[in-house]
Write a protein that binds this ligand. Structure first.
Ligand code: SF4
Length: 265
C-alpha cells in the first residue's frame, strides 16, 4: 500500500516537473522535509498590519457579477484608476467552488484586462491542469486591487514598472473583492502570495509560515451567507523566482484537491 502511494506521488510530481521544470534533486528521495504542523488558530481578519486596514465594511451586494464589473470598470476611487489601461475585474466561473486571489494586475494584465495572463498566469494554468485537473474557466481568479499599481504611473507601456499596492489602495478597493466573494460563494479561497494572504487573513507572518494550512474567512467580513475556508500558498511569480518552492506548492494543491474531492472538510 505504502509502495503504491509512493509510486503515485512520484508519478504526480514528475508530471508536474515536466510542466513546472522541477529539477531532479527536488523530487522525493531528496533531503527530508519537516512534518507539517497543525494550523494555528486564525487571527481576526482585518487586524494588525496597515496593509489590512479597511476603509469601510463591504457594501451589501446588489446586482450580479456583471453589474459589479461594470462598476469596477468605471471606478476612479483611488489614483490607480487614473493611470490604468484596463481595470482587471476577474475571470472564470461565477459558480466556481474555488476562488484564487492575488495581489493586483501587472503589465500584461493591465494590457489585456484579465488577471494572471503573463508568465505567472501561464504557470497557474499549468498547476490547475496538472494537479487539480481544472481549467481557468472552471475556477474564479481575481485580485485584491483591480488596477495596475505602477512605480511610474505615467508610463504604463514600460516593463518592470510593477509595485505592490499600497495599504490605502488596498483599503479602498477591497470591498469590490468582498462583493465578488459574496456573489460567487466559493467553497474555498486560495490566496496567492504574501500580500493577498495578509489582507484576507490579517496575519503578520510571511507566506512560508502560513501556507498549506486551512483558515476561516468569516462571513461577517464579506457579507456572505457562510464562512469560507481559506488556504494560503505561494504566488506563481515566487515559483518562477525560486523553483525550490514548487514542491511546497504542489503539496498545497494536493491539500486543495483533497478538499474539493470531499476527502477533507
Ligand atoms: S484600484 Fe480599485 S478602487 Fe482603485 S480605481 Fe481601480 S477599481 Fe477603483
Amino acid at each position: 500500500m505504502r509502495k503504491a502511494l509512493a509510486r503515485d506521488l512520484a508519478a504526480h510530481i514528475r508530471r508536474l516537473d515536466e510542466d513546472l521544470h522541477i529539477s531532479p534533486h527536488e523530487l522525493p528521495g531528496g533531503p527530508a522535509r519537516p512534518a507539517k504542523k497543525a494550523a494555528a488558530p486564525p487571527k481576526a481578519p482585518g487586524a494588525g498590519s496597515p496593509a489590512t486596514a479597511r476603509a469601510a465594511a463591504a457594501p451589501a451586494p446588489s446586482g450580479g457579477l456583471d453589474s459589479l464589473e461594470t462598476e469596477v470598470k468605471s471606478c476612479r476611487r483611488c489614483a490607480l484608476g487614473s493611470h490604468r489601461l484596463n481595470a482587471v475585474f476577474g475571470v472564470g466561473s461565477p459558480s466556481a467552488r474555488v476562488m484564487f486571489v492575488g495581489e493586483g494586475p501587472g503589465f500584461q494584465e493591465d494590457h489585456r484586462g484579465e488577471p494572471f495572463v503573463g508568465r505567472s498566469g501561464q504557470l497557474l494554468d499549468k498547476i490547475l491542469d496538472t494537479v487539480l485537473g481544472l481549467k481557468r474557466s472552471e475556477v474564479y481568479i481575481a485580485n485584491i486591487v483591480k488596477c495596475h499599481p505602477m512605480v511610474n504611473p505615467d508610463n504604463p507601456e514600460s516593463h518592470g514598472n510593477d509595485r505592490p499596492p499600497s495599504p490605502e489602495e488596498i483599503a479602498v478597493c477591497r470591498p469590490y473583492l468582498e462583493r465578488q466573494i459574496a456573489l460567487i460563494k466559493p467553497a474555498c479561497i486560495v490566496t496567492l502570495g504574501s500580500v493577498a494572504t495578509k489582507v484576507l487573513l490579517g496575519v503578520e507572518e510571511g507566506i512560508s509560515k502560513v501556507r498549506g494550512k486551512w483558515y476561516v474567512y468569516p462571513k461577517t467580513l464579506f457579507g456572505g451567507d457562510a464562512d469560507i475556508k481559506l488556504l494560503p500558498t505561494y504566488h506563481p511569480a515566487a515559483l518562477l523566482r525560486n523553483p525550490k518552492l514548487k514542491l511546497d506548492t504542489w503539496e498545497d494543491m494536493k491539500t486543495l484537491k483533497s478538499f474539493l474531492e470531499g476527502k477533507t472538510s
